[in-house]
Design a protein. Structure first.
Length: 563
């Protein structure tokens, strides 16, 4: 039962995950089920073949196989010499050290089998082997008279010769070490190779493709439930791709594959992600300053032939920076939307599971500063005073009217960068501690993981500096005063950060009452910088088991790959 459980555990786990995702992502479900079948076949094959091979080589009595191998023939020849010990020693001396282990084991099996035959001595082993060999040859000749008689070469097999097994094992270990080294080099958290090599625009038509022609095709697709090849905008996109193919080989196939997979909706969600990654990698390898995101949204209330709403958002890469934390390196893209689709995105950063970089949206930072930040700074209560004081410490003499390129904008961009970097550092699906599971018992598992990820990202963001932490907490206090600011995983994470950092003596883990928020503002106004940073590290260690990571920008001269 234990053997069966160990053999079937991983395939059954893949099958369960696939069946759970069947209603939401059928394509992903099929991938999991295929993995379960492949794993089951592989494990069952290895579990059957490997023990049989080891048993046959090292434990079975030789004559139970019904034939003799060349090893048995050469053992018989060595044992038939007048001085069998010397002959065997001389013959074994021509073998590789690894092959001698197998030959000695084979000889031990013959000796063990001969002990059960009365009158057979050590010197008679050669005769016993020869008799068996002669008998099996006669049986084989009777079964197939036309067969050629087998003849030995009198030499050990080539794979037993000196150096062959040792060199083979050395090559195998070297290949495994090389594979591990390649995997380490390919780890996006270790080596963001190529992500920051952004060159000059290859051709103005590239920007026109992503800013105008692909969005025009997406608009046609959203309002016309017909095959995408019949849309007029599709012909225009294909013409543009044909003109760019000599300069960007593969661009036509990548864009066409993404559009066609997107037309099929959630049934091809896995293929859509793969096509999107392929297109981004093509642009990255060509050092073109563009980045695309593919999204799917359900459209309830419409006929089934309309399918899901598929759209592609296009961005221009304004800058790319590299950060490090201990011995790990991370790439950060600074993006700005260039398409004209009527899709409004309110988030300021993005960390994709399958992407090797994180992104900060520079164009949305201006709206954030003019809206949220300006509104908090205009407050006449304690929260507004805390925000104004923190902003004065963060960027002395600067004003938010300078925009994202000013001192205030740069400080906010650094904080948002560390927010996304913590997502990459901890993963998008971190394991919550048991006490947090209990506190969020009424939420779905995905929500608990999401709240945990956002808690870490907020703490990593606030670890930038004490002044930035005060400003971020003031923004959180402002948001928590409205029901919308307390909802969702971000709202729960804000409430937890405020309660854990400013109301540590309160039994309320997620404060929402106005009296609790007022008390948190008083604590924030009185707390000193060192205590605030110490509480951030303590809360992070309570949730993640280690202090808050500190991300440092890597200067160009420090970059190993010329980024």
């Amino acid at each position: 039962s234990l053997s069966g459980f160990l053999l079937a555990y991983l395939p059954c786990l893949c099958a369960v995950v696939g069946l759970r995702s069947l209603p939401d992502a059928p394509a992903s479900s099929l991938v999991h089920l295929r993995s379960a079948a492949l794993l089951l076949t592989l494990i069952a094959g290895v579990a059957t073949a490997l023990p049989a091979m080891l048993r046959g080589l090292l434990f079975e009595i030789p004559w139970l196989f019904g034939r003799l191998g060349r090893t048995d023939d050469l053992l018989a020849a060595a044992l038939s010499e007048p001085d069998s010990a010397l002959g065997l020693h001389r013959s074994m001396g021509r073998l590789d050290p690894l092959a001698r282990i197998f030959v000695r084991r084979r000889l031990a099996l013959w000796r063990s089998a001969a002990q059960g035959v009365p009158g057979v001595k050590e010197a008679d082993l050669a005769r016993v082997i020869r008799i068996l060999e002669q008998r099996w040859r006669e049986e084989a000749r009777e079964a197939n008279p036309q067969a050629e008689p087998a003849t030995g070469t009198g030499r050990w097999p080539w794979w037993m010769r000196p150096g062959v097994p040792s060199v083979g094992l050395s090559l195998l270990l070297a290949a495994a070490a090389f594979g591990a080294a390649v995997r380490w080099r390919a780890d996006p958290n270790e080596q963001p190779s190529g992500l920051c090599r952004i060159g000059q625009l290859l051709d103005p038509r590239v920007e026109q493709l992503f800013a105008e022609e692909i969005p025009s095709l997406i608009m046609d697709m959203s309002s016309n439930p017909v095959p995408v090849e019949s849309l007029p905008a599709y012909a225009q996109v294909q013409g543009a791709l044909a003109g760019l193919e000599p300069a960007l080989p593969g661009i036509g196939a990548a864009v066409t594959d993404l559009i066609r997979m997107g037309r099929r909706g959630r049934r091809r969600s896995y293929s859509i992600r793969r096509a999107r990654d392929r297109l981004n990698h093509l642009l990255r390898d060509a050092q073109q300053p563009f980045f695309v995101c593919a999204r799917l949204r359900p459209r309830p209330g419409l006929p089934e032939n309309w399918g899901d709403l598929f759209y592609v958002l296009s961005y221009r890469i304004r800058a790319c920076r590299t950060y490090r934390c201990s011995d790990r390196r991370f790439a950060v893209l600074e993006l700005a939307r260039i398409d004209e689709l009527n899709v409004v995105e309110n988030y300021l950063g993005m960390t994709e599971q399958r992407e090797t970089s994180v992104a900060v949206f520079a164009d949305r930072l201006a709206a954030f500063m003019e809206g949220r930040l300006h509104g908090v700074l205009q407050r006449g209560d304690l929260v507004g005073r805390i925000a104004r004081r923190a902003l004065g410490e963060l960027a002395p003499g600067a004003a938010i009217e300078e925009g994202p390129q000013g001192a205030v904008g740069c400080a906010l961009r650094e904080g948002l960068t560390r927010h996304e970097l913590h997502h990459r550092w901890a993963g998008l699906d971190p394991d919550p501690p048991n006490w947090l599971w209990a506190a969020l018992a009424g939420f779905a598992d995905e929500s608990v993981h999401g709240v945990t990820a956002e808690i870490g990202a907020y703490l990593g963001e606030m670890r930038t500096s004490p002044a930035y932490a005060r400003l971020r907490l003031a923004l959180m206090l402002d948001a928590l005063e409205s029901p919308a600011g307390r909802s969702g995983i971000h709202g729960r994470a804000r409430a937890f950060a405020v309660g854990g950092l400013l109301l540590s003596s309160s039994n309320q883990l997620f404060p929402s009452a106005q009296s609790e928020l007022d008390r948190a503002a008083v604590v924030l106004d009185a707390i000193d910088d060192s205590t605030l940073i110490a509480r951030i590290d303590a809360l992070h260690e309570k949730v993640f088991g280690q202090p808050t990571p500190v991300f440092e920008p890597v200067e160009p001269e420090e970059r190993k790959d010329g980024l």
